[in-house]
Design a protein around this ligand. Sequence first.
Ligand SMILES: *Cc1c(COP(=O)(O)O)cnc(C)c1O
Length: 373
Amino acid sequence: MKNIPLASPDIGEEEKKAVMEVLDSSILSIGPKVEEFETMIANYSQRKYAVAVNSGTSALDLVVRSLGIGPGDKYITTSFSFITTANILLYVGATPVFADIEKDTFNIDPQSIEELVRTDPDIKGIITVDAFGHPCAWDEISDIANKYNLSIIEDSCEALGSEYKGKRCGSYGEAGAFAFYPNKQITTGEGGMIVTDNEDIYIKSRSMRNQGRGEGGSWLDHVRLGFNYRLNEISSVLGIEQLKKIDQFIEKRQRVANTYQRLLSKIDGVTTPVVKDCVTQMSWFVYVITLDKQIPRDTVLKRLREMGIGCRNYFSPIHLQPFYQSQFGFKRGLLPITEDIGERSIALPFYNLLKEDDQVYIAESLKQIIESL
Ligand SMILES: *Cc1c(COP(=O)(O)O)cnc(C)c1O
């Protein structure tokens, strides 16, 4: 039987050689590689500064803390995301307010943002997510942020390389964050990066990732509350070699997406992802289809797995997670579109090296399952 994973990294000889060189160098943390990786990501994402950390979650946490967000502060965000997007507010005692999403891109809906802001003057900003790599509606969101004086934090963890009208995701808000878990466009094993043009965020997040040490101070001078969120040299050099291949990776992923589009658009009951005209470069993170309402999604997931096909219900809305329901009393019905898409979506196997004959097998299996129901 086939065994096709949901995701798989693309690691070449260059990565292995570079990692071995670091292991032989005896500098395994706080060395030249992390700085080189930061410079490369800053340039790539069209930003002045980059700060490397040990996960995407750490990156977002430090942005929130650098901005001084705390108890009583409300931020609008999307529930159709990975749990981190909202958790970063809870870490500092702030409150998430969930907007609904667009039916086609699954990104936060500007109209829903504006309705919430208009009725709640305590809202301080927006945390955006470029879902599955598709950029948010940046013109509309930027206009609303300007009109109501809101700050924007970009959870761009799924969109390294994606562009909206020629400008990269991660370059729109006060700061952006990228993640390098093995299922992302590039990986460092675990890792993340803050990108910003704001010197204050840069200085504070650099300090906080390293136990709150001051700039240029001695090893035991701690000027603020800090953490150990450092990215080590082994991970950094892995990231450097991966980032060198980003254009090639984006191209490979586009090819896999095109093949899916060709194979799946013929199947009744399946809707393939939309890429809008404003997207001048799509850097695919995952490939998520939606099923028509009458098809029992969870049965399809189960059958696909039985046929050796990795798949998942991306995303299960944050506001319906048991912890969020018990903490905030969120109920089904709060976000109709988020909930509807959350019940009908499936992430299919998606990675650079996914073979075309495996994609044919996946498409045929899906067709067979749907027709048998
Ligand atoms: C991957 C991801 C993150 C960060 O994940 P880590 O596992 O902490 O690196 C944050 N937000 C979104 C939307 C993500 O997809």
